[in-house]
Design a protein around this ligand. Structure first.
Ligand SMILES: [Zn+2]
Length: 302
């Protein structure tokens, strides 16, 4: 009899579990993204209607990422996987061919923008989100994919996407004003250089310690000397370093020239503190606005 009751209770328990509609929480779409800009854009579009997993942890080096077995399982079980599709994502194709998932939809955002190539490079620069026009195209592509997976909430996704695009356009407008007022229209980045799309969009010229944003961080004496010469020749007030950098080169150039150093955040990745504080692509660019104002409009006070 006891056994029978136990069996009955077990059945009842199982039945009530499955009958208990696993409601919205479990109906939410599951999304995996590689890096912070994608995380931020997907979060802006999907809000709390999706579970979003960011593979590259806050504070981690973005160019040498390798997925863990747990990451690969997460991708396999996801509805959508967003990546940039650039050099740093070279692991993606072989990983995808190793997993069997007919449900998974993969979106490479690089395919939605016009790529820019550095001199002597066969691969396009992958920091596409540093252009606001590209950010908008990325948001459109993300919104389309998410809506496709969850037709029911399409209107909500479009509303949230349009609101975020408006916020981005406002930032772009403010930066355009700053650039318009700048006599020199040039930035000096004494660091890696993930800003080629940004500079192209605002017709800014630039000098950077490194061509792009690879893992090289050691400076040659020649690079430092030429940066110092240029800062002196142009009487530049502010030189920039990028986020999560040791800013060694910027420090040396600053010591030698008296120029102030400021962070120009590419939104490539954020510190754990910024992540926990809920910083966004837009909030980070608002920080950059102040840094750009100081760095671009400097002839007024001299
Ligand atoms: Zn980079």
């Amino acid at each position: 009899m006891k056994k029978l009751i136990t069996a009955f209770l077990l059945l009842f328990f199982l039945f009530s579990c499955s009958a208990n509609p696993i409601s919205k929480i479990d109906n939410r779409i599951s999304i995996v993204v590689t890096s912070f800009p994608l995380y931020d854009f997907v979060r802006a579009v999907a809000d709390d209607r999706a579970d979003i997993k960011m593979l590259i942890k806050p504070g981690a080096e973005v160019h040498s990422f390798d997925p863990s077995p747990a990451d690969i399982i997460a991708i396999k079980n996801a509805d959508l996987f967003f990546c940039i599709g650039g050099e740093s994502d070279s692991w993606v194709d072989s990983m995808l061919s190793s997993i069997e998932s007919s449900e998974l939809k993969v979106i490479k955002l690089m395919e939605y923008v016009t790529p820019i190539y550095h001199e002597h490079s066969h691969n396009p620069d992958e920091h596409i989100w540093t252009s606001f026009e590209n950010a908008e195209k990325m948001l459109d592509a993300i919104c389309d994919a998410v809506s496709e997976s969850d037709k029911e909430n399409e209107e909500l996704y479009i509303t949230d996407k349009d609101a975020y695009k408006a916020e981005i356009m406002q930032i772009a407008g403010e930066i355009k004003q700053i650039v318009d007022q700048s006599a020199e229209k040039k930035i000096i980045v004494a660091d890696r250089f993930p800003f080629i799309y940004f500079c192209e969009e605002f017709s800014l010229s630039y000098t950077a310690a490194f061509d792009a944003c690879g893992s090289e961080r050691d400076s040659s004496a020649g690079i430092v000397a030429s940066l110092i010469d240029e800062v002196n020749a142009l009487s530049v007030d502010v030189i920039y370093y990028t986020e999560l950098s040791n800013h060694n080169i910027a420090d040396i150039v600053s010591e030698q020239t008296g120029a102030e150093i400021m962070e120009l955040h590419s939104c490539h990745n954020v510190t754990k503190e910024d992540f926990d504080n809920g910083e966004t692509y837009c909030s980070l660019w608002r920080r950059n606005i102040e840094a750009l104002r100081k760095g671009l409009i400097y002839e007024c006070d001299s």
